[in-house]
Design a protein around this ligand. Sequence first.
Ligand code: TYD
Ligand code: MG
Length: 460
Amino acid sequence: MQRTRVRYRCGDCGALAPKWVGCCAECGAWGTLVEAPDAIGAVRANAAASAGAAVPLRSIDPGAATRASTGIAELDRVLGGGLVAGSVTLLGGEPGVGKSTLLLQAAVAMAAGDVGRPARRVLLVAAEESPEQVRMRAERLGELADDLLVVAECSVPNLLALADTVAPDLVVIDSIQTVHDPDATGVPGSVTQVRDCASAFVRLAKERGIAVVLVGHVTKDGALAGPRVLEHMVDTVLSFEGDRHHALRTLRAVKHRFGATGELGIFAMTGTGLHEVADASAMLLTDRRPGAAGSVVVPVMEASRPLLVEVQALVAPTPAAMPRRQAQAIDNGRFAMTVALLQRRCGASELVSCDIFANIVGGMRCADPGADLGLALAIASAWTDVPVPPQTVVVGEVGLGGEVRSVPGLERRLSEAARIGFLQAIVPESAPDIDGIELVRVGDLPAAMGAALAAPLEFR
Ligand code: TYD
Ligand code: MG
């Protein structure tokens, strides 16, 4: 049978089809298939022409990857020291979280330079905003150096030509969803466009040794074409997160070819841009009312960083047949499990007819299993109206049998609690002793309730 040389490609999702059909079988879009020459053959031909020579691994200079500090300590921390020349970084986050602000601040600082940090030439590609808008935003961020260049251009070939004449050390593309390549199919932001544009910038970075940062939007449901398909093309993927209604923003590396991914950067969005937060635990605990029922302080680990967060719960009897269960910034599965554990292992069967709400204050999302016990005690405390002692923190994972289990980083969590001034901690039985904080070791949920609320099974 003769092989088909021509395939059809969907302009929206990039799926290949052997023959033309009206509706893409992958994504269901209509009329998006266009003729594409056999892509695999073309790639092979290119590779054969440009195959490089193999060299002994030991002959390669590891110091060749030079890092340029961004001038923003929290960003450098996540990047493991700074941006590597010739690397491509993708900064993902929901619209409005502060991606443009963060990169503008980094660009201003890099172009200005500082002691021990030479000034760099930066090209800002503002494909979403006008240069005037960028200028207005930059107004409050510091002295603007001549080496900070801005262009409002969306066409990739023009941008590549510009990068050749300007010869920058850093190019920021804000955003990859709004630039477009006239040779690629699909509208800007579609998977084929995003992928083709990104691969052009990856080539630019590798060939010229320029550090490239791509901004990518992700929506809550992850439906937008974009960063997901890019993740394997770039060297580093940073995720910028935060609740729009709160000042707190966190930055972490999801993938990093030039360092560890365990670091977390913490920022606060203010009227004058993003500020680094020196003491995040103290910030998260401001406005806490010590001694309020339903409130528990939990030392959680965010990446490799211990943080104290306040978990709050509210329990209210309701005549409704379907009581409400709502958790904010807490994983819904863990929340439902905790409520079920209280009902089944602690005799709190009355919770069946109660609305239960739980929340982590301050906009910090938390998926740490170490917060299980704190959440359970917050709900129990809200229900019994007995406060957990104000100088006490709670940490531990709760198993389905109601047993309290150990979690990673216990020492660091407890040291952080001691540093902030907490005197006592309710912890799993295997917890090591820590200076400056008294430990109450508990084996299961009822024992924890006895220790925290002095009322093990006395539900009203
Ligand atoms: P932005 O960086 O435009 O977000 P993104 O590029 O991720 O879409 O900024 C988002 C929000 O930050 C915007 O609603 C306004 C706010 N903001 C401040 O609060 N202070 C500031 O100094 C700046 C520049 C923005
Ligand atoms: Mg933006």
